[in-house]
Design a protein around this ligand. Structure first.
Ligand code: CAA
Length: 381
């Protein structure tokens, strides 16, 4: 085992940390209140680093880096602004991952991966529907053969990046009666007739990430945009979500570390009963426990990314990483609010936002109950 970072990993971690502290931190409270996606900052980070195409080969316009570098970048950005972290993660691991994991031609891979690397365009992922959440194969969006392409009808929901995306991967049923064996996947471009942004969600947390329904009303796409043949769509979605879950785990880890650091500094500075509250052993012990839990989660997240980079099976490791890091984020943020007392409840101290942001990490890209299903499934297969 090697716990040393490579120089590329250290460089990406540093770039993301500096960007988060210098560029994301100053407006993060105001952006949360306004629920505004910082497109200009998204593009700025992309132009400076190419991080949005980090794990994709150079031949497709990616950076040719590792998943570990990507994970470190998501973590560092989420430490300060989890909305930014999930917008990045969905773009790279769910949208980009769907294309990269697919059987699409090299030309299609280049066409739809190259524009996302430097943030020129953003991608989104359309799987979930109002009546098909955890039961992803229960969806009703239909794709039917029409000439040299497919005609798609349906409505997706909870599409992160949907309203700002130039490209969305849409999963649709070609033979609904076949359930997991009856699904295909397509890239649909913004501006395609019949493809529109539906209701914009007003959310508890990750308020700057743009999340909406995506409506498909007789949308026609050419057959070359079909990235998973009929019958292959469900496996593509599952394989892609395995990678996405590592991204969400990294987001959770970042949130936990961000809240922990705020609490740690506060405990040194805040005096009660004539001494810093860090000197209250009860609180110091609580911090010791939280730090241990953060490091446990960290090991799971990095291990999952390492397995993926090594080309080893990582489905269960990704589910465990997501389960442990997102539960850790929830626990640490809740405790941080409590430790800061009245101040913790106030927006300027940030931890209340982090607590709101943490909650969704236990829900999206497969609820934590679904992660347990995946883990238990492997135990008793
Ligand atoms: N990789 C590749 N293939 C996989 C796979 C994986 N990780 N998991 C399953 N499959 C394949 C199986 O091998 C199987 O194929 P065969 O029949 O050929 O063996 C097929 O898929 C069906 O598998 P299951 O029988 O296990 O399928 P299921 O219907 O029981 O569902 C599930 C399993 C784990 C519950 C799955 O439906 C699931 O993960 N649900 C959660 C969906 C989810 O995560 N949604 C989040 C959407 S994204 C989001 O949150 C929005 C956002 O923008 C952030």
């Amino acid at each position: 085992m090697n716990f040393e970072w490579t120089k590329e990993e250290l460089a990406m971690q540093k770039k993301a940390r500096e960007f988060a502290e210098k560029r994301l931190a100053p407006g993060v409270v105001a952006r949360d209140e306004a629920g505004r996606f910082p497109m200009e900052l998204y593009r700025e980070f992309g132009r400076a680093t190419g991080a949005y195409g980090l794990p994709y080969p150079k031949e497709y316009g990616g950076l040719g880096g590792t998943y570990m570098e990507y994970v470190l970048a998501v973590e560092e950005l989420s430490r300060v602004d989890a909305s930014f972290g999930i917008s990045y993660s969905v773009n790279t691991s769910l949208y980009g991952g769907s294309i990269m994991n697919s059987s699409a031609s090299d030309e299609i891979k280049r066409k739809y991966l190259a524009p996302i690397t430097y943030g020129e365009q953003i991608g989104s992922f359309g799987l979930t529907e109002h009546t098909a959440g955890s039961d992803a194969a229960g969806q009703t969006t239909r794709a039917e053969r029409d000439g040299r392409g497919y005609r798609i009808n349906g409505r997706k929901c909870f599409n992160t990046n949907g309203p700002v995306a130039a490209f969305t991967v849409i999963y649709a049923m070609t033979e609904p009666q076949l359930k997991t064996k009856g699904m295909a996947a397509f890239v649909v471009e913004k501006g395609t007739p019949g493809f529109s942004v539906g209701t914009l969600e007003n959310k508890m947390g990750i308020r700057c990430a743009q999340v909406s329904d995506m409506v498909l009303d007789n949308v026609w796409v050419p057959e070359e945009n079909m990235i998973a043949e009929p019958g292959q769509g469900f496996s593509l979605a599952m394989k892609t979500l395995d990678g996405g879950r590592i991204g969400v785990a990294a987001q959770g880890l970042g949130i936990a570390k961000g809240a922990f650091e705020i609490a740690r500094i506060y405990m040194i500075q805040r005096e009660q009963f004539g001494k810093p509250i860090a000197k209250q052993q009860y609180l110091a012990f609580q911090m010791a426990e939280l730090q241990t839990k953060i490091q446990q989660a960290e090991l799971m997240v990095y291990r999952a990314a390492w397995l993926k980079d090594q080309g080893k099976p990582y489905t269960v490791a990704a589910a465990m990483a997501k389960l442990s890091a997102t539960n850790c984020a929830m626990e640490v943020t809740q405790e941080a609010v409590q430790m800061l007392g009245g101040n913790g409840y106030m927006k300027d101290y940030q931890v209340e936002r982090m607590m709101r942001d943490a909650k969704i990490t236990q829900i999206y890209e497969g609820t934590n109950e679904i992660q347990k299903l995946v883990i238990a499934g492997a135990l008793f297969r």
